[in-house]
Design a protein around this ligand. Structure first.
Ligand SMILES: *Cc1c(COP(=O)(O)O)cnc(C)c1O
Length: 363
């Protein structure tokens, strides 16, 4: 028998979340961001749920090839553009649109031999200070690109550092507007947090670029949760109880004995550990669903197992369903954001870290 652990990707919830993004941006086209293997979900697993998007955005050329191999003929945007000259040949062969964020990338384009001009997204650094041209360099970069026979349409983009928090997007939006006001072309500004929280940035976008919201995680948790934004979890990580222990008062659980029973209790041993992508750092008390009933982990997470308090679920036994995040069979939810917060991180990281050894099914 295979080890009783499984991830489920929920196609209807992907569709639902994409529709939520469209509701927030009714006049914009939507890039479904599927970088990092669709945030750990698997590009092939999400494709059917997200094919209603206007395009797919990612940054790994092998992943772009996988999207084309699925039969997608629409736009694909490479969010970091070309890393070397050869990548531009792939852009030509696979018809990929690509970001241009540096002079070196313009040099590559100038050296690229193609009869078919390429669609590019010229990126401005409006304060994130990762990729992009400074506002003062935008016009010169645009003029240089516009003069190249290798370049077709030029669009303009920037990326927000604080769309999820109190700093917001106003300063970056103003810088972008000022530096690009007399340049033609489509604009792309908003990620998930901006799409949900900053309608002004959506209004300034011909294309929005939601990622995490499509996967049902709130970009601004804990200020808001997924339900607040009308989002549904798209990944469930579930396992089963493979053993039950009866603890007497004073007994301890797991490595380091850092959980001590203060009264007699039943615990379940679950076939999920940090080698499956469940964070080892999650403390005793991290929420988990057993048969869809909320309870808590006890003791340290080990490589292949973790342990849960069966107090609230007296009928649970070997074989009972344990939902680490996502949706239980009875319909109850545990958001990935809640677990991530207790691990000191964000839902993005947990999704992306789902281990290769966990079998994935699409439902
Ligand atoms: C990852 C990424 C996004 C999507 O961000 P979310 O926070 O997941 O919505 C949008 N734009 C760029 C450039 C990105 O790299």
């Amino acid at each position: 028998m295979p080890r009783p652990i499984q991830a489920t990707i929920h196609i209807q919830s992907l569709r639902h979340n994409l529709a939520q993004a469209r509701l927030r941006a009714p006049d914009a086209k939507v890039w479904a961001v599927v970088k990092a293997n669709a945030y750990g979900h698997g590009i092939e697993h999400v494709f059917d749920g997200l094919r209603g998007a206007d395009g797919f955005a990612l940054l790994d050329f092998a992943e772009a090839k996988r999207v084309r191999d699925l039969g997608w003929r629409g736009p694909i945007l490479m969010l970091e553009g070309a890393f070397e000259l050869r990548d531009l040949e792939l852009c030509s062969r696979l018809d990929l649109w690509h970001t241009v964020h540096s002079e070196a990338q313009i040099d590559m384009l100038a050296a690229h031999k193609t009869n078919v001009p390429q669609r590019v997204f010229l990126k401005m650094n409006s304060g994130m200070n990762r990729l992009g041209f400074a506002p003062s360099q935008m016009r010169a970069a645009w003029t240089r690109l516009n003069a190249l026979p290798q370049v077709d349409e030029i669009s303009l983009m920037t990326h927000f550092s604080d769309a999820d928090g109190p700093r917001g997007v106003a300063t970056q939006m103003a810088l972008f507007a000022q530096a690009t006001d007399d340049l033609p072309g489509e604009r792309s500004l908003a990620n998930s947090a901006a799409t949900l929280r900053h309608p002004d940035s959506v209004a300034a976008s011909d294309w929005v670029r939601p990622g995490i919201a499509i996967y049902g995680s709130a970009p601004d948790y804990p200020e808001h949760d997924a339900a607040h934004w009308g989002l549904q979890p798209t990944m469930t990580l579930a396992a089963k109880i493979i053993a039950v222990q009866a603890l007497s008062t004073g007994a301890t659980v797991g490595y380091g004995s850092n959980f001590v029973a203060d009264a007699p209790m039943r615990i379940g041993v679950v076939a999920c550990g940090y080698a499956d992508g469940y964070p080892r750092i999650c403390p005793s008390g991290t929420p988990v669903l057993v048969n869809g009933v909320r309870t808590r982990t006890v003791g340290r997470v080990s490589m292949d197992m973790l342990t849960v308090d069966l107090g609230p679920v007296p009928d649970a036994d070997v074989g009972s369903e344990v939902t680490l995040w996502g949706r239980a069979t009875n319909g109850a939810w545990l958001t990935i954001d809640e677990v991530a917060a207790l691990a000191g991180t964000v839902g993005y990281e947990l999704m992306c870290a789902l281990a290769a050894r966990v079998p994935v099914v699409v439902a």
